[in-house]
Design a protein around this ligand. Structure first.
Ligand code: DOR
Ligand code: ZN
Length: 348
């Protein structure tokens, strides 16, 4: 197969930042994806529906300015949950029609998560309202306990926090974001229909040696951190299984070059420009290209209760070279994953 057509896909976990950086990165996602769920970890975080709607207008303007397929891109918004979030904010979010989820960041777990949640009991009233109103809870699934090894933080979270949460709120729709472990996959597979997971292209394609063997490669550093090969295989099996609980979410997370190539580099892989070709590479290696459309274009929309795109796009087998860097505004640049390397699939 040298050409596959699929419904225009959706990215259910995307960081586009703000200001000039946002205007610089939105076109790469919008040119491919029909819709995306935009993450709220800005400075300051997007904690209100009003802020989410204002941010959405800016993203829409950036996509329209890019023209072509990007002009019809639909950004869906996410509220950043804090211990001060009021249940009424959930009502406003649902009533807006443009906010599809609220995100639980354990405080300190990742980039701009300081305003996140320290004690989960404090947000029970909000989770109760989300359950009632059908707003999806997106979860960054890692504990922050410094006693827990960074490679174990997801598995410990799944058992100690996520499982009890799902049991306590059986009607709450929950997405375990960027699942990276066999334990996470097993939990989601066995959980009720209310529980799903997103999978990134980089966690499907790489294990931790890509980041650490033969030299430290900061552009592979993200959170949750890349795991062992046995976990990667479990992720590939989940993504290519045809189960509608597992769908595409890139977690494309641009940082300026200097913030990555640093003695204390930021977490995040910028994958938007190569995301769909990278997923195709993984699905092809697994002999599952026929399952890419469900994963990339259908299952997430179904879970979130929004329409799939009716447009089609094509992936064509043709080599292209990922740029060494792309402008990020304000004189900065961002180095994409696989910078300077060749991809075997191109989006048309
Ligand atoms: O690697 C990551 N980068 N993981 C996250 O959870 C946040 C993201 C970012 O915003 O940079
Ligand atoms: Zn993320």
């Amino acid at each position: 197969m040298d050409r596959i057509e699929l419904l225009r896909p959706a990215d259910w976990h995307l960081h586009v930042r703000q200001g000039e950086a946002m205007r610089a990165v939105v076109p790469a996602s919008a040119a491919v994806f029909a819709q995306a769920l935009v993450m709220p970890n800005l400075k300051p975080p997007v904690t209100t529906t009003a802020a989410a709607l204002a941010y959405r207008e800016e993203i829409l303007a950036a996509a329209r300015a890019a023209g072509g397929r990007a002009a019809s891109f639909v950004p869906w918004m996410t509220l950043y949950l804090t211990e001060a979030t009021a249940p009424q904010e959930i009502d406003r979010a649902v009533d807006s029609g443009a906010v599809l989820a609220a995100k639980l960041y354990p405080a300190g777990a990742t980039t701009n998560s300081d305003a996140g949640v320290r004690r989960i009991e404090r947000i029970y009233p909000v989770l109760e309202r989300m359950q009632q109103r059908g707003l999806v809870l997106c979860v960054h699934g890692e504990v922050v306990d410094p006693e827990v090894d960074i490679f174990d933080r997801e598995a410990v979270f799944v058992e100690g926090v996520l499982a009890p949460l799902v049991a306590r709120f059986p009607g709450l729709k929950v997405v375990l974001e960027h699942v990276t472990t066999a334990e996470g996959v097993a939990f989601v597979r066995e959980a009720p229909e209310t529980v799903a997971a997103t999978l990134t292209a980089h966690h499907l394609r790489y294990e931790r040696n890509a980041m650490l063997a033969g030299g430290i490669r900061p552009h592979f550093y993200c959170l949750p951190i890349l795991k062992r090969e046995r976990h990667r295989r479990a992720l590939v099996e989940a993504a290519t299984s045809g189960s509608p609980k597992f769908f595409l979410g890139t977690d494309s997370a641009p940082h300026p070059r200097g913030a990555k190539e640093s003695a204390c580099g930021c977490a995040g892989c910028y994958t938007a420009p190569l995301a769909l070709p990278l997923y195709a590479e993984v699905f092809e290696a697994a002999g599952a290209l026929d399952r890419l459309e469900g994963f990339a274009s259908r299952f997430g929309a179904r879970f979130y209760g929004v329409a799939e795109s009716t447009e089609r796009i094509a992936l064509v087998r043709r080599p292209w070279t990922v740029p060494a860097a792309v402008p990020l505004g304000e004189g900065e640049e961002v180095v994409p994953l696989r910078a300077g390397e060749t991809m075997g699939w191109v989006v048309e």
